[in-house]
Design a binder for this molecule. Structure first.
Ligand code: NAD
Length: 251
């Protein structure tokens, strides 16, 4: 496939880092956008790309990031958003109802941040010249299998991710007239810095729950799927579970 300009939000770590590395290996020019400048700059340097500091919840910083990624001919054609946070807490806690601030924070980053990135990346993409296939760009969001089988304590996380699942089809329908595709990947359990904090026996126990392959997913497997979505123009408006057939138990 021809080299294209790509941006990966959350590209400093985990699934986003793997996506940035895989897109670069496939020949694309990658802009790594993340809050974490230290790690993001290293990924950008190692992939021959550019780092921009960006907060997915902030309009100005996302606008500046997508504008920077669009520079250098061809426009911005690929946007992968992996920026996200985990959140846990029961609805009613020892001292009363779970604070709204926790919901605002998690849903603000995981859902509103996704919407912010999608709308601002798409705005730039609709101005691109269409390719031979009529395509002007592709946006890939990251949900979670918690959107479907959220566990105890995951209402904020699951609600945000279910929002990402829910917007995928209407966003694809909405942008179809411009030749911009929208896809979402819903990962199961992946071995990223998020899970690396757990002791090895706890990580093994999580992996043992996956029907097949009986292990945690590797970030590269997520990156490979992101590259495939970019290359397969027929994939549009769909959420792909990438989970080894895992269905999460209540806890
Ligand atoms: N690892 C898993 O098992 C798993 C499973 C399901 C879903 N996910 C989702 O995949 C995505 C990536 O997770 P990961 O495991 O790679 O996590 P990670 O913590 O390794 O990486 C997340 C990255 O997002 C960045 N980030 C956080 N908030 C940001 C913001 N406001 N603006 C810009 N960047 C921001 C962080 O700095 C970090 O570099 C998240 O949306 C997560 O919910 C992960």
């Amino acid at each position: 496939m021809k080299s294209q300009n790509a941006i990966v939000f959350g590209g400093a770590s985990g699934l986003g880092e793997a996506s940035a590395r895989k897109l670069a290996a496939a020949g694309h020019n990658v802009t790594v956008a993340d809050l974490n400048e230290e790690k993001g700059s290293i990924v950008a340097q190692e992939t021959g790309g550019t780092f921009v500091q960006a907060d997915v919840t902030d309009e100005d910083s996302v606008k500046a990031a997508v504008a920077s990624a669009a520079e250098g001919g061809g426009g911005l054609r690929i946007c992968v958003n992996c920026a996200g946070v985990g959140a846990a807490g029961r609805i009613v806690q020892k001292d009363g109802a779970a604070p709204m601030a926790g919901y605002d924070w998690a849903i603000g980053i995981n859902l509103m941040g996704t919407i912010n990135v999608l709308r601002l990346a798409a705005e730039v993409m609709v101005g691109n010249e269409p390719g031979d296939d009529g395509q002007r760009g592709v946006c890939i969001n990251t949900a979670s299998i918690a959107a479907y089988d959220g566990q105890i304590g995951q209402t904020a996380y699951a609600a945000g991710k279910a929002g990402v699942v829910g917007l995928t089809l209407p966003a694809a329908r909405d942008l179809a007239r411009h030749g911009v595709r929208v896809m979402t990947i819903a990962p199961g359990l992946f071995d990223t810095p998020l899970l690396a904090l757990l002791p090895e026996p706890a990580r093994k126990a999580l992996g043992d729950n996956v029907p097949f392959p009986q292990r945690l997913g590797q970030p590269d497997e997520f990156g490979d799927l992101a590259v495939h979505i970019v290359e397969n123009v027929m994939l549009n408006g769909e959420v792909i579970r990438l989970d080894g057939a895992l269905r999460m138990a209540p806890k």
